[in-house]
Each structure stands twice: as structure tokens, then as C-alpha cells.
Design a protein around this ligand. Structure first.
Ligand code: ATP
Ligand code: MG
Length: 442
């Protein structure tokens, strides 16, 4: 992509309406545009990043055997009346009437709809377990939409639902999802801590929030720092291994304000290991047994013909919120660095332009073609801005690698910059190797 052809409406200054870094930056570099309160359009660069996040989320869901479907955004009020949530959900739910006067709504979540799909197709215990998910827009008429896409009204969520025969099987599904979440956030370059949480309006008896640390987060968190030393490599998708995973994670105290208790915190966490900070919730998982299957008659027949209500869990990830959350976690000193796994481009070529001499531009185009040939996603800043503005702009955009064709690039040795590091002089071959190696690790 040549910058002159790219739809990237970068602003000179930070927009005054934005209070937090991610919101400022997303508006400034033209990733999103507000269309009305809490409702945003995703412009090409923002959308590209969100799609990359979505794909990683999808791959990790598929790996644990969850199956993707797509449910509509507009739902009938009928099933919500059956579950009893039509009245309970309150004003966050956007209620609509169609031309026939039928009550409809814009889905804030999908427990009812997915149970309705399940009950009309699955009749026997032989078809269990099932795990279904979709990645779809949701609408919640939040009282105070704020912080851009972090707390907005229309947002993209991955929501998965598990159906099992017994509590024990359901726990296995829950634990699989728990591991998939840890792996997903890892690949996104952030460490999200699972925290015991209240179940809130979804209800039920087991729940974890996945929270990343960030000063601008809305949740206050209390944790044992040692939880950050855990890694996921050793866990397999077996009952035993997943049980151990939960035990390993739950050894360490980690809760948000609603579950916080000073005495417990002080008793369980040594002074040196205590961490009190703020965080952003990027995912939330629930086990709620037959809370929805009972009223909605989501049951299966056992071998002897007897019917049992299936045990369900639901599992959300804020796909669009993650775009902002990654920025909040990564931004420092006015410089942004996207993890290569979700970066809008792998590398930028920034040539210094001299009016009477087009050598740099010719060289830049050659490098561009060579990178493209190696399947590296490259953007070339072919505008006639001066080199320091180009560097500043790409520091703000957060492309993790840059080739700067200025005074320091000599012949085949190119000035190469990896964000937050000193520049180096490297051959194009070496640069390609560095990027391909890192891409292969993702
Ligand atoms: P919160 O406490 O932040 O309102 P929630 O508990 O209502 O979240 P869930 O219903 O579990 O959220 O939704 C799953 C995920 O969807 C959340 O973990 C979050 O990442 C994302 N999410 C929820 N509400 C919003 C919103 N208004 N804007 C953007 N993302 C959201
Ligand atoms: Mg909410």
C-alpha cells in the first residue's frame, strides 16, 4: 500500500473530546469515526486491526472444537419473554417494533436465541456436548457510553455457548474455554489475568473475568503479582490437565472490586506480591447450569427416554474493545507499537524526498516490491512530507518496523528501526529474515 492512496485521515493534534489515550489515538490516526453517541464507523486501518484480532479469536475457538455460526442482530422479544429476561434486562436493551407491531430488539447478548436454535435441533444426549459461537455486533444502550469504542453502544463481541449433559462435562467445556482465552490474549500480545467474578445479570454460579492491566481501566483489581509468571504451554485439552490449570491459576489471589475483601487479600498475599491497580475487562465467562435451558425447555432425552435440561455456559470476548485495550496496554511516550500479530502493516518504508533527486523513491519502490514478494505487508510513505514528520506519524500509527531511507542508509545497508529500540543498519535480506521469523512464531 502506498500512503498517498490509503484512506488514513490523520489529524494534526489530539482531538479534544477524547479523555483516554486509546480514544485520542484512534480518532487522531483515523481508525474510527463517531457516527452518533456511542456508535462508530470503523475506517480501513481500524477495521483491518479489528479483523486481525477477530481472526485470532476465531482460530482459538475453533481449536477447542467450538463451531461458528451467525445469529442475527435483531431478535424477537418472544424468546426473551420465555426466559423472563425481557422485563429484567432494563433500559440497556434497545426495543423496536416492526411494521406489524411485533416486538423486536437489537440483541445485547444471545443466550435465549442460541438456546432456541439448540432446542429445535438437538433432541438426544448422543449429540452432546456442543459448543457454538458467533462474532456479531451487539447493542447495549449504556447509560454513559465513553472512552470511544471501550464502552460504546454498538460493539463487536465473540460470544460462545456450551451445552453439556452434566455439571462435570460442563466444567470441562468451561475449562477448555478458559485455556482458549489465555492463549488468545497471549497471541494478541497482552496478558489478561483471569479473576473470580460475580455473575451479574447473566446469573449462575461460576464466572471469571479476564482483565488486562491499564491505568485507564474501569475495574479496580487486587492481585498476587506471581500470577503473571504463569504460562499456558504445558496445559493440554484433557480433563486432568485443565483441572491442574485452574488449580495453578486459582492458587493466586486475583479479584475485581465486587469480590474484594481486605482481610482475605492481606491474609493470602504477602506484602511484596500485592498488586492494586486498574484494569480493562476484555472477556467474561460464565457457567450457569440450567438457568436458561429450564425456562426455554432446552432438554435432551437420555437412553431411557427421560428428559434432562442441558447445562449451559456462555463466554464473551469484547473483540472491538480489544483494539482500544491493546493501545492502552502498549502506548508509551507518545509512541505506539502494535504486536505484529495484529499490526495494520508489518513494516513501513519512509524515504526522505529530495525535490531534484528521485533516487530514494526509486530505491523505496524496489524495497517495497521485494518485501511484497516475501508476503510482508508493507506501507510506503510516498508523500512529500519531511522525514521527521513521516517518522512521527508512523510512531503514532504503531507499525512495529520501519526502514528509513535518509542520510543513515548507505548503499545496501538500510537504516532499520524496531519501535522502542535503537536504529541499526541492516541489509534488506536480514530485515526480511527478522520479520518472517517473527511472523512464523505467531
Ligand atoms: P462490562 O462490565 O464492561 O459492562 P459486561 O460484564 O457487561 O462488561 P459481558 O456481557 O460479559 O460484559 O460481555 C462480554 C465482553 O464484551 C466484555 O468482557 C467486554 O469486553 C465487552 N463489552 C461489554 N460491554 C461493552 C461495551 N459497552 N462496549 C464495548 N465492549 C463491551
Ligand atoms: Mg455491561
Amino acid at each position: 500500500m502506498y500512503l498517498s492512496n490509503y484512506f488514513l485521515p490523520v489529524l494534526k493534534d489530539n482531538p479534544s473530546e477524547a479523555q483516554i489515550k486509546s480514544h485520542q489515538l484512534m480518532l487522531r490516526v483515523g481508525m474510527i469515526k463517531q457516527s452518533s453517541a456511542g456508535i462508530y464507523s470503523w475506517l480501513p486501518m481500524g477495521f483491518k486491526i479489528m479483523k486481525k484480532i477477530e481472526n485470532i479469536v476465531r482460530q482459538e475457538q475453533d481449536k477447542i472444537g467450538a463451531q461458528e455460526l451467525l445469529m442475527p442482530t435483531i431478535q424477537s422479544a418472544e424468546i426473551w419473554k420465555e426466559s423472563g429476561r425481557y422485563n429484567d434486562y432494563g433500559e440497556e436493551m434497545l426495543r423496536i417494533k416492526d411494521r406489524q407491531g411485533r416486538e423486536m430488539l437489537y440483541g445485547p447478548t444471545n443466550e435465549e436465541l442460541v438456546t432456541e436454535i439448540f432446542r429445535s435441533s438437538i433432541k438426544s444426549y448422543k449429540s452432546l456436548p456442543q459448543m457454538l459461537y458467533h462474532i456479531q455486533l451487539k447493542f447495549r444502550d449504556e447509560v454513559r457510553p465513553r472512552f470511544g469504542i471501550m464502552r460504546c453502544r454498538e460493539f463487536l463481541m465473540k460470544d460462545a455457548y456450551s451445552f453439556d449433559l452434566s455439571d462435570e462435562d460442563a466444567l470441562l467445556s468451561y475449562n477448555k474455554m478458559f485455556l482458549a482465552y489465555l492463549k488468545t490474549f497471549n497471541r494478541l500480545g497482552i496478558s489478561a489475568i483471569p479473576m473470580a467474578a460475580d455473575t451479574g445479570p447473566i446469573g449462575g454460579n461460576l464466572s471469571h473475568e479476564f482483565v488486562i492491566l491499564a491505568e485507564t481501566g474501569e475495574s479496580k483489581i487486587y492481585a498476587d503479582k506471581r500470577i503473571f509468571d504463569l504460562t499456558t504451554e504445558k496445559y493440554l485439552l484433557t480433563k486432568e490437565s485443565l483441572k491442574n490449570m485452574r488449580l495453578d491459576y486459582e492458587k493466586y489471589y486475583a479479584v475485581t472490586d465486587d469480590k474484594y475483601n481486605e482481610k482475605d487479600f492481606e491474609k493470602n498475599v504477602e506484602k511484596n506480591n500485592r498488586l492494586i491497580t486498574k484494569g480493562i475487562e476484555v472477556g467474561h465467562i460464565f457457567y450457569f447450569g440450567d438457568k436458561y435451558s429450564k425456562p426455554l425447555k432446552g432438554s435432551v432425552a437420555l437412553q431411557d427416554g427421560k428428559k434432562v435440561d442441558v447445562k449451559m455456559g456462555s463466554y464473551g470476548i469484547g473483540v472491538s474493545r480489544l483494539v482500544g485495550a491493546i493501545i492502552e496496554a502498549k502506548f508509551k511516550d507518545n509512541i505506539m507499537k502494535w504486536p505484529l500479530s495484529v499490526s495494520p502493516f508489518d513494516i513501513a518504508i519512509l524515504p526522505m524526498i529530495n525535490k531534484n533527486d528521485n533516487t530514494n523513491m526509486i530505491k523505496a519502490k524496489k524495497i517495497y516490491d521485494e518485501l511484497k514478494k516475501n508476503n510482508i505487508d508493507v506501507i510506503l510513505d510516498d508523500t512529500d512530507e519531511n522525514i521527521s514528520s513521516k517518522i512521527k506519524k508512523f510512531n503514532l500509527i504503531g507499525v512495529p518496523y520501519q526502514v528509513i531511507l535518509g542520510k543513515k542508509s548507505e548503499g545496501d545497508l538500510l537504516e532499520f528501526q524496531e519501535t522502542y529500540k535503537e536504529t541499526k543498519n541492516l541489509s534488506l535480506k536480514d530485515i526480511i529474515k527478522i520479520i518472517l521469523t517473527e511472523k512464523n512464531l505467531i
